[in-house]
Design a binder for this molecule. Structure first.
Ligand code: CAA
Length: 258
């Protein structure tokens, strides 16, 4: 997969995508977003890949949408091209689990893309923020919606209205990230987590992801009904039979992904 703005690599059963515009702090321009969507398509279609990891550089995961590229856009340009929709939503729509490995700045669109992933593992130097207000706009890639669901109203408002950045420890306390690791270990630790997921039953991971995400869309009773139906459906799979038999027989399950 030759890309201008990304590096991609299959590490066993994990697809690693690295944003690669280091001189621009990985600012998300239209080429990068188009390529990112294509890279997700490729790994999503690859039966050898169970989990995707999305990362950036050590100084910046991504410092937001490319301000130089968008500065002169008119309202009509944004509306007609459906700016920040085409391509951008691809990560959020991936059915396989996607983990963001964030070092350095994850600002604006960078923070928003990280939040489109299923969970975020942060390096101890990570900084998260939605500073759009400081450049005369507001978050446009789902930041006002996903951040408030992740950290609650008070901190989300604080970050959106002041543009304040939070560090990895505050992000961990607030529930924006699931773990914090030393920056030097970020990729290997995230790949190990990804591998642990990819080595289990793939359809179970997809079903669990779908069920957790449903919580953001529906009432508690509807969400539980949805979960119960998926749970019942797992009993029609070979992997449920294998997983439970292996437990009873005290052996390691051999997942069939069926
Ligand atoms: N767009 C375009 N270029 C960017 C950029 C961005 N979002 N962020 C950084 N860069 C570029 C800088 O222009 C600079 O390029 P030049 O050397 O050609 O001048 C290079 O990256 C390095 O940046 P700095 O010199 O500013 O480095 P720094 O260490 O002093 O600061 C920073 C780093 C704090 C990340 C700072 O660059 C910054 O504040 N960037 C902008 C952050 C921002 O406002 N993001 C929100 C964008 S709007 C958005 O994302 C909309 C949305 O919701 C989708």
């Amino acid at each position: 997969m030759p890309f201008e703005t990304l590096l991609t690599e299959a590490r066993g059963n994990v697809g690693l995508i690295t944003l690669n515009r280091p001189r621009e702090f990985n600012a998300l321009n239209s080429v990068l977003i188009r390529e990112l969507a294509r890279a997700v398509d490729v790994f999503e279609d690859d039966p050898e890949i169970g989990v995707l990891v999305l990362t950036g550089g050590l100084k910046a995961f991504a410092a937001g949408a490319d301000i130089k590229e968008m500065a002169e856009k008119s309202f009509m340009d944004c509306y007609l091209e459906d700016f920040i929709t085409v391509g951008w939503e691809r990560v959020a729509k991936c059915r396989k689990p996607v983990i963001a490995a964030v070092a350095g700045y994850a600002l604006g669109g960078g923070c928003e893309v990280a939040m489109m992933c299923d969970f975020i593992i942060a390096a101890d130097n990570a900084r998260f923020g939605l500073p759009e207000i400081t450049v005369g706009t507001i978050p446009g890639a789902g930041g006002t919606q996903r951040l408030v669901r992740a950290v609650g109203k008070s901190l989300a408002m604080d970050m959106c209205l002041t543009g304040r950045q939070i560090d990895a420890e505050e992000a961990l306390r607030a529930g924006l990230v699931s773990r914090v690791v030393p920056v030097a270990d970020l990729i290997e630790e995230t790949l190990a987590v990804a591998r642990a997921i990819a080595d289990r039953s793939r359809p179970m991971a997809m079903l669990a992801k779908e069920s957790v995400n449903r919580a953001f869309e529906v009432s508690l009773s509807e969400g539980i009904r949805f979960e119960r139906r998926l749970f019942h459906a797992t009993f029609a799979t070979e992997d449920q039979k294998e997983g439970m038999s292996a437990f009873v027989e005290k052996r390691t399950p051999a997942w069939r992904n069926r």
